[in-house]
Design a protein around this ligand. Structure first.
Ligand SMILES: C[S@@+](CC[C@H](N)C(=O)[O-])C[C@H]1O[C@@H](n2cnc3c(N)ncnc32)[C@H](O)[C@@H]1O
Length: 346
């Protein structure tokens, strides 16, 4: 048992709770008690069906938006390092790249399955959220329409998108097996951004009424002078974080802390990530001082999350929001939006 796991309170029936009151160890840099989190080894749909209605204040999640890439068959190929939808992007600077899923290989049946997946998810997420609660969902430029439409049909209001500016190494290739013949052609643009759909369950009455009653309806400002911005410059996930949490889709703490912080306008309530992977959302919430719940159905990723969440939450991340820097002024906030590591990774 590692030192980090020792601070976790209970592991019962694959539900793990961290209770800060029972953690008497003094940790460096911790000025106030952390709020605690709960992670469950469970199917997100089953868990959401059993969850009390209107009991979650925000959902921030990076779902399996290609669906196929997290099927058992594809995960086996990924872990074997051969075949399937996972591919290693070409190395152009001597760095070993992490595998990324190829979404261009999905066929019409898989597109329909994706739409159904988000219709089911949207219905359950809508029920669990309080009025005015935000749903911030990662997607990609090829598939975002299949994610967004079912959510809108469910009743969510589309409030825009958060654009994560990041070099993804997707696209930019010449036509396959005809590179020489078509030297000046690129089949698809080299993607330099990742969309995160921003949705809201409708408010009860005016935003101010909803804020008073439910604590939701808006987004938390970066500071008194600065609203939350919908474009965030972001480096790929740092090797330091990848070492802590070996998940192929790990999102960087610098970015996650920005969006998780914004998701609770008054800084109160519960943030849910129903597809938590290695727990980057939960770690971000923990670092900021928000209560959170994470769900993951793969036992291997769940075990990684158990160890990774406390470690990621304690990382110092240049420019990221935490419970200790939420009152920064305009200059610091402006620097923050363009800050980030420039090290290589995904
Ligand atoms: C894109 S990854 C999320 C990675 C995460 N953002 C991180 O930083 O670690 C999606 C995760 O959802 C999990 N997942 C897929 N279907 C699920 C389901 N029905 N219930 C719970 N988890 C599920 C997958 O195992 C995978 O770990």
């Amino acid at each position: 048992m590692s030192a980090d796991i020792a601070v976790l309170d209970t592991i019962t029936d694959a539900v793990l709770r961290y209770d800060p009151k029972k953690n008497r160890r003094k940790r460096a840099g911790l000025q106030e008690p952390r709020p605690g989190f709960e992670i469950c080894l469970a199917d997100a749909f089953t868990w959401l069906k059993e969850r009390a209605p209107q009991s979650v204040h925000a959902i921030v999640t990076d779902p399996p938006y290609g669906l196929k890439e997290y099927s058992d068959a594809e995960k086996t190929k990924l872990r074997r390092g051969r075949g399937g939808v996972w591919r290693i992007p070409p190395a152009f600077d001597g760095c070993k790249r992490s595998p990324v899923p190829r979404f261009t290989v999905l066929d019409e049946t898989e597109h329909n399955a994706l739409r159904d997946f988000f219709a089911d998810f949207g219905k359950l997420a809508y029920g669990a959220l309080v009025p005015g609660g935000h749903l911030i969902v990662a997607t990609n430029p090829l598939l975002s329409h299949l994610v967004y439409l079912p959510l809108i049909e469910m009743g969510f209001e589309k409030r825009g998108e958060v654009i994560r500016l990041v070099q993804t190494l997707r696209g930019g290739d010449r036509p396959k097996n005809a590179h020489e013949e078509f030297r000046d052609v690129t089949v698809m643009p080299r993607s330099a951004w990742e969309p995160w759909g921003l949705f809201r369950k409708p408010c009860e009455g005016r935003v101010q009424d909803n804020l008073r009653k439910w604590g939701t309806g808006g987004l938390r400002r970066k500071s008194k002078d600065d609203p939350f911005l919908d474009v965030i410059r972001s480096a790929p996930t740092r090797p330091e974080e990848r070492k802590i949490a070996a998940h192929p889709s790990l999102k960087p703490q610098a970015f996650m802390r920005e969006i998780v912080r914004a998701a609770l306008p008054l800084g109160k309530g519960i943030v849910l990530d129903p597809f938590m992977g290695a727990g980057s959302t939960i770690a971000a919430a923990q670092s900021i001082g928000y209560k959170s719940i994470g769900i993951e159905h793969d036992p291997a990723y769940f075990r990684i999350a158990m160890k990774a969440i406390p470690a990621l939450a304690q990382l110092k991340v240049k420019g990221a929001s935490s419970s200790h820097d939420s009152t920064r002024g305009k200059d610091a906030a402006a620097k923050k939006s363009v800050a980030g590591s420039h090290r290589k990774g995904r």
